[in-house]
Ligand binder design. Structure first.
Ligand SMILES: Nc1ncnc2c1ncn2[C@@H]1O[C@H](COP(=O)(O)OP(=O)(O)O)[C@@H](O)[C@H]1O
Ligand SMILES: [Mg+2]
Length: 278
């Protein structure tokens, strides 16, 4: 009897960490853009990252995807420590889907071809299987009927839904979204958020950088507020958006929730437009 000789590994899924970030620092030359980030995202969890422009939100997502190489710290995504110099980076990255503000579709390829090309070239799927997967994912985002269209024939909202379907066609374990609705006309934002909400309901692990506070309130399990390269505050949407504890969170939310209001400290003309007295 040797019950302890081969201990079973800790169970994965159902709350296990999908992303574990420890002591993450990222510098560009002398400028430290991420200062000391610790963050865990559980499997099936939706984490919305909010914060002012320049606070490091995109850099954080790009480090998780290794589009940027961290300066210090460790990042574990699923079973891979992606900051391990010996990691198979292509394999590690394959578990991660990423959707950007700009949809980055191939303009000269049909919607269907946009979804099958990486499947056949990277995953080596036969065309028939890639097509089946693509059509299933187009159906998921409500665009199966536009499979033969070219990107320019679609609205921005439809193009972003195609970009999401393309990402899903690679069977990612988790999805990163960097301001996926920021480039859209206001009336097209809802259809993209609805697709993302559907994904969250299906249990997809998601990290979403967004300024859509209603979406964050509605869909996020956790909200992370970043400023100046730090996580200033994190918690449930009710905590961070509904009852923020830090001054910086409060003033950011006041601006985002009421963008046309003049805030204390606002200057007019803006400091860089001031003309020197003659
Ligand atoms: N490739 C880069 N080289 C130098 N500085 C960069 C680079 N990428 C981002 N930065 C700087 O890092 C800071 C954080 O940028 P970013 O992560 O894009 O912020 P956010 O997404 O929150 O607006 C900014 O000051 C930005 O100018
Ligand atoms: Mg950004």
């Amino acid at each position: 009897m040797s019950l302890t000789k081969n201990p079973t590994p800790a169970p994965t899924g159902g709350g296990a960490a999908a992303i574990s970030i420890r002591g993450l620092v990222k510098s560009f030359g002398p400028i430290e853009v991420l200062k000391n980030i610790d963050l865990e995202v559980g499997a099936g969890e939706v984490v919305c990252v909010i914060g002012p422009s320049g606070s490091g939100k995109s850099t954080l997502l790009r480090c998780v995807n290794l589009l940027e190489e961290p300066t210090a710290g460790t990042i574990v995504v699923g079973a891979h420590e992606i900051t391990d110099p010996d990691v198979d980076i292509d394999q590690a990255r394959r578990q991660i889907g990423m959707v950007f503000q700009q949809f980055n579709l191939f303009a000269h390829l049909s919607v269907l071809k946009n979804l099958t090309i990486a499947q056949t070239k990277v995953l080596k799927r036969p065309v028939a299987e890639a097509t089946r997967v693509a059509m299933a994912n187009l159906d998921r985002v409500g665009l199966a009927h536009r499979a033969d269209a070219f990107p320019a024939q679609l609205s921005g909202g439809q193009q972003q839904r195609v970009a999401i379907a393309r990402s899903l066609s690679m069977d990612p374990e988790l999805m990163l979204f960097d301001e996926p609705t920021s480039a859209l006309d206001p009336e097209l934002v809802g259809e993209v958020l609805a697709v993302m909400k559907g994904l969250a309901k299906e249990g997809m692990t998601m990290m979403v950088v967004t300024h859509e506070m209603a979406f964050a309130k509605d869909v996020a399990d956790r909200v992370v507020f970043m400023d100046g390269g730090y996580i200033v505050e994190e918690g449930t949407p009710q905590q961070v958006i509904g009852d923020p504890q830090h001054e910086r969170t409060k003033s950011f939310l006041a601006r985002v929730l009421n963008p046309t209001a003049v805030q204390e400290g606002d200057q007019f003309p803006a400091p860089d437009q001031k003309t020197e007295p003659k």
